[in-house]
Design a protein around this ligand. Structure first.
Ligand SMILES: [Zn+2]
Length: 402
């Protein structure tokens, strides 16, 4: 242990700010981590990301294993070298894909039943027929159908550790089985026991040059979540992920955090996997979450949804977004958000972005992605400051109205 160091700066109720030190630089917490699914944050390059203040990136183990192949990346010197990036990199375990390819895809649900949060894969899969089963889970690991070639491939705890070692990321996740909000208690418990055995297998075989986070599972069931949190807390992980099905509503998700977080060791960072809506950031940070990753800002950008702050009319109901295609923006000479100091908002109007969007211009994707990622990075920065100077609740009220 000790490849990364986490230092807490300020504690305020259950919230805290801190700093994570890695070999590839430091990042402050709470942090929003842009997702580079295929070793690229869609639509943006490293200069964009550095300029907008991204401090850490997350890449997907499953995707990179299939393409270009983790051994290719190892051969080329690891992910940092391959991507030409000198920021800390986190990789996920590949386990979430067992869920999104298998049960999740079959039932068309995401991490929260009412909110589709299928990360990374949905775009690839929109054209496919899901009547066929895409993933099989047993105690050894998960068998997937490779979505590119159609071949069956197997992912086990040991293999996930090997792939992440080849990728040479700074922070890795233990291999887990991610259940769906539609999984019953009986199945959730079986998956939980499996995840626990896998966690121990990962601790035996992971690359000691990397920091490893364990993942708390247990679905929406309080006793299972608490059992999982205790199991993980007893092991010497460098940090903890909270993963899997986060219940059937946002309220369920917040309950899960209230059960789990008090059990996890105070001095280790906590990462809520795959969540990143504006309202969630406030509510989850308030309950002690330090790290978030989500494809939402770039995915929403590509689909025409751009973030706006409360003074531009952003609120929990419209999810702090406008849809740029709306005809009312045709003659709108104002920027996306007058409070945003990103270069897109300094230089371009809503009318121009709307024109690029409806014309399907490639430039639109970069500008929209830039604004959306920048927006979340600045919001997190503002939240961090508010924790440090004791004004978090004022800021939250200003944004969420409660
Ligand atoms: Zn902007």
């Amino acid at each position: 242990m000790g490849v990364i160091k986490f230092k807490i700066h300020t504690e305020f109720d259950r919230m805290r700010t801190g700093l994570v030190r890695t070999k590839h630089g430091n990042f402050r917490t709470p942090v929003f981590i842009p997702v580079a699914t295929l070793a690229s944050v869609r639509g943006l390059d490293n200069r964009d990301l550095k300029e907008m203040g991204a401090e850490v990136l997350l890449a997907n183990t499953y995707h990179l294993h299939l393409r270009p192949g983790d051994e290719v990346i190892r051969e080329l010197g690891g992910l940092h070298r391959f991507m030409g990036v000198d920021l800390p990199i986190v990789t996920d375990s590949g386990g979430f894909q067992a869920f999104s390819l298998g049960f999740g895809m079959e039932h068309g649900v995401g991490k929260i039943a009412n909110n589709i949060f299928l990360e990374g894969l949905k775009d690839d899969f929109e054209s496919k027929d899901f009547s066929e089963k895409w993933a099989f889970v047993n105690d050894r690991g998960v068998k997937f159908r490779n979505h590119i070639t159609g071949e069956m491939i197997e992912l086990t705890p040991k293999k996930s550790m090997q792939i992440q070692s080849n990728l040479r990321s700074d922070i890795i996740f233990a291999f887990d089985e991610c259940t769906s909000p539609l999984s019953d208690r009986e199945y959730t418990e079986i998956a939980l026991e499996r995840t626990h055995r896998w966690a121990d297998e990962c601790l035996e075989s992971y690359d000691r040059e990397q920091a490893i986070f364990g993942i708390v599972q247990g679905g929406e069931y309080r006793d299972l979540r608490e059992r999982s949190a205790r199991f993980m807390a007893e092991r010497d992980f460098d940090g903890y992920g909270i993963g899997g099905s986060l219940g059937k509503s946002k309220k369920d998700m917040l309950n899960i955090l209230e059960w789990v977080i008090p059990i996890l060791p105070e001095e280790k960072p906590r990462h809520l996997l795959g969540i990143g809506a504006v309202e969630d950031l406030f509510n989850c940070i308030e309950r002690g979450v330090d790290m978030f990753d989500c494809v939402a800002p770039t995915r929403w950008a590509r689909r025409g949804h751009l973030y706006i702050s409360p003074t531009e009319g952003g609120n929990p109901k419209n999810k702090f977004r406008i849809h740029i295609k709306n005809a009312k923006f045709r003659l709108d000479n104002s920027p996306i958000d007058r409070n945003c100091d990103c270069f897109v908002c300094q230089e371009y109007s809503r009318a121009y972005l709307r024109h690029l969007y409806v014309s399907n211009e490639i430039t639109y994707f970069r500008l929209a992605s830039y604004h959306n990622v920048y927006f979340l990075l600045k919001l997190i920065e503002e939240i961090r400051s508010s924790i440090e100077n004791g004004t978090f609740y004022n800021l939250k009220k200003k944004w969420l109205g409660y």
